[in-house]
Design a protein around this ligand. Sequence first.
Ligand SMILES: Nc1nc2c(ncn2[C@@H]2O[C@H](COP(=O)(O)OP(=O)(O)OP(=O)(O)O)[C@@H](O)[C@H]2O)c(=O)[nH]1
Ligand SMILES: [Mg+2]
Length: 457
Amino acid sequence: MSPTDPIAAIATPPGTGGLAVIRVSGRTAIALADTFFRPSGPASPPPSECATHTVHHGHVIHAGRKIDEVLVTVFRAPRTFTREDTIEVGCHGGAIVTRQVLEAILAAGARHAEPGEFTRRAFLNGRIDLTQAEAVADLIHARTERAADAANAQLAGHLSRQIDPLRDDLMLVLAHVEAHLDFPDEDIAPETTARLLERVEKASAQCERLLRTAPEGQLLRSGARAALVGPPNAGKSSLLNALLGQDRAIVSPVAGTTRDTIEETANIGGFPVVFVDTAGLRESGDTIEAEGIRRSHEAARAADVLLELVDLSSPPAPTIAPVFHPLPPGRRLRIGNKSDLPIDPAYHAIPANDLIRISCRTGEGLPALRERIRQSLLEGAASSESASVAVNARHQDALRRTQEALDRAGSAMIAGASLDLIALDLRIAVGAIGEIVGKTTTEDLLDRIFSTFCLGK
Ligand SMILES: Nc1nc2c(ncn2[C@@H]2O[C@H](COP(=O)(O)OP(=O)(O)OP(=O)(O)O)[C@@H](O)[C@H]2O)c(=O)[nH]1
Ligand SMILES: [Mg+2]
């Protein structure tokens, strides 16, 4: 499998649509198009004689039969997504006709692309680095505008522009240390060591700054789960509806309205959060309700944040089977609903910080609650206003290893340890930081990253 053999895939989502796009990339992609595409008009040249970035009308032909009327766009390397010659066929968007066009292209000699293979080629051909390749997938999967903005920033190279200079500087420090390794009789001058140490410490601090964006990166990409729990009639379903801005769950004055758990995603400060409404917690003889309550506990255990709701207008219910959850206190928010009604004296003395007062009826306190949910999910991590850099789990792991190696190298410098030892850790740091942008990679790592892509990307 040569890296330039022609590959093809449907680039648009499966199903029915007005149009679909099939992409072909590889050294012989344009010559292939000559065999499956017949341009309209007797004088029209075949794709191989067409200029780059031009669109042509005609038909896809398979076994002598016209399959579909299409537009073919010719892109010549290197000004293409993969940096290879590329053909895009815009055909009708029916599931069958799209499949037939793809089959005609495969019959002409293209191979079906693996998931992410176009982007992998863009990376291998040096058009984008690994963080940008990952950003392509992030952008496709973004569920909020903020997540899309962050993906676009990464695609534009914001993270690379932090990583590349960091790696370059560490390589210079390493080169310096290695130069002295070659001349063991010459010691590094103390003032030189101090300067090198300063650069190592600065790099470690920069890793730390980037690591602090990891909770935000995780939230933007994967979102979070929040479970609404509490006694019957506290207003859990009302709160779900209020957060979603839609009438999703049944609300009624009957205690025990919600039986099954109900999930729906809402945008909380730009983060996709799945809210799970649950059955009210109480002792129940009703087998269906008891099953609902068992599911409430299950939902609570699976949640990243727990919203424990009470009804401020009635005395606290005797706690039955308290919700067990290993969450840190910052991830459990106690909420008092129905602040529009006369408040039961039992709640008077509880400070606002420990009991967030809201009213689903009037909307009072809801913006503050959204903000508290957002903060608790970020675990106090600084959230950048622009979301211009937010590292993912892979970057986080590489940054941690970089930082650990740098800290070991720094300590070794301070202790006056042998240059061999210092050079070893610096090499580990350079390797680990290089993994982020793809300067140091393995086939394995690339397989892992690109296999998560959709087909045709
Ligand atoms: N006055 C007032 N009533 C509310 C408020 N929120 C909910 N209610 C009422 O409280 C009752 C119960 O609301 P639900 O949202 O069904 O409560 P729940 O916690 O989902 O109840 P279960 O599903 O039975 O566990 C309904 O009659 C709501 O209209 C509020 O903020 N103020
Ligand atoms: Mg309910």
